[in-house]
Design a protein around this ligand. Structure first.
Ligand SMILES: [Zn+2]
Length: 134
């Protein structure tokens, strides 16, 4: 019996992709295009509360725990508020402060767009071997 691929639902990306090959990638490669902000055109600096818009220079604090597959971007800063270092490193966690610009990424299935990180460069790094236990 023939199957019709056109009728299949899109792959659910939240499922683990255990058959996918694993590659090494830098934080810059992984976080470029990473969505930020709760809604389209809605991000704020965690330092001063100013709104952050597309094309603005931004800094992001991101981390990945030793056994985690994904990075998390937990803080965005404007140019003035950005930290120059990782102030309280956590043992067992890779942490970075990255500078770049806000861009937009299209989400065609949802027919919308979101702000994302672009043009990233690393400003500060703390490897998992540094810091205090969580
Ligand atoms: Zn700020």
């Amino acid at each position: 019996m023939a199957t019709d691929d056109r009728c299949r639902p899109p792959v659910e990306l939240a499922e683990p992709l255990e058959d996918e090959p694993v590659v090494l990638a830098t934080p810059t490669q992984v976080l470029t295009g990473h969505q930020v902000g709760p809604r389209a055109d809605a991000a704020i600096c965690i330092g001063c509360g100013d709104p952050l818009h597309e094309t603005d220079i931004v800094f992001a604090y991101a981390y990945r725990c030793a056994e985690a597959a994904d990075w998390a971007v937990s803080r965005l800063y404007c140019f003035s508020c950005a930290p120059k270092t990782i102030k309280s490193p956590t043992l067992g966690t890779t942490e970075v402060v990255m500078g770049g610009r806000l861009g937009t990424i299209a989400l065609p299935t949802l027919r919308t767009h979101r702000l994302c990180l672009t043009e990233l460069k690393i400003r500060a790094v703390s490897p998992p071997t540094e810091g205090c236990p969580p």
